[in-house]
Design a protein around this ligand. Structure first.
Ligand code: GDP
Length: 198
């Protein structure tokens, strides 16, 4: 897919106020520092698209970008736990869970994880949350330039193995990417393109 246009549309924290155009939407999410802004900028070939909406205060918002006039790329804030009771029951921030439960235009989520790390509880719980609510998602491994190919293969295999040892019968679709080396861009865009054309 050639990116002809990538325009910032709006930021807000209320899913009811997100754009009401019925365009297919793809959401990017992960822990902060995982490389989400860099990935969005690589995909769109814009140096600071994600950062421009990420001016102070904007990082905790749902950011919509319209791509080629026919789909939305959504930059979601890094997730963390929100405490909901004194008994230390944890849940994800409400506006993030609301987005996944209510956003009808959402086609698929991309959950970003750093390829150097073994599965972290919060990422596993978040993927379980998505799966449990029937939200389609893929895993995007980031920062692949930091490791040698053999280690990448090993880490991906371990990650998927750990995931399928838990609640998953089948490993989710996954992509290996590096924003600094432009790895994985074509695969991700072709995947989105193919779904959009169905
Ligand atoms: P965000 O908080 O998830 O939006 O993460 P950023 O995109 O701001 O990146 C966090 C840090 O990781 C920055 O220092 C980036 O330069 C670095 N980074 C992001 N992507 C890559 C990558 O593909 N390779 C390497 N080596 N560093 C990366």
């Amino acid at each position: 897919m050639k990116i002809k246009s990538a325009d910032f549309v709006m930021s807000n924290s209320d899913v009811a106020k997100c754009p009401n155009e019925p365009l297919p939407e793809y959401a990017f999410i992960g822990r902060s520092n995982v490389g989400k802004s860099s990935l969005i900028n690589m995909l769109t070939e814009r140096k600071s698209l994600a950062k421009t909406s990420g001016r102070p205060g904007k990082t905790q918002l749902i950011n919509h970008f319209k791509i080629n006039g026919n789909w939305f790329l959504v930059d979601l804030p890094g997730y963390g736990y929100a405490r909901v009771s004194k008994r230390d029951k944890k849940t994800f921030q409400k506006y993030i869970t609301d987005y996944f439960l209510k956003r009808e235009q959402l086609v698929s989520a991309f959950v970003l994880v750093d390829i150097r790390h073994s599965p972290q509880n919060i990422d596993m719980e978040f993927m379980e949350y998505l799966g449990g609510n029937m939200v389609p998602f893929s895993i995007v491994f980031t920062k692949a330039d930091k490791l040698k190919p053999a280690i990448i293969e090993k880490n991906v295999a371990n990650y998927l193995k750990e995931l399928t040892a838990g609640a998953w019968e089948e490993a989710p679709n996954h992509f290996v990417t590096s924003s600094s080396k432009n790895i994985g861009r074509d695969e991700l865009l072709i995947y989105i393109d193919e779904i959009n054309e169905q």
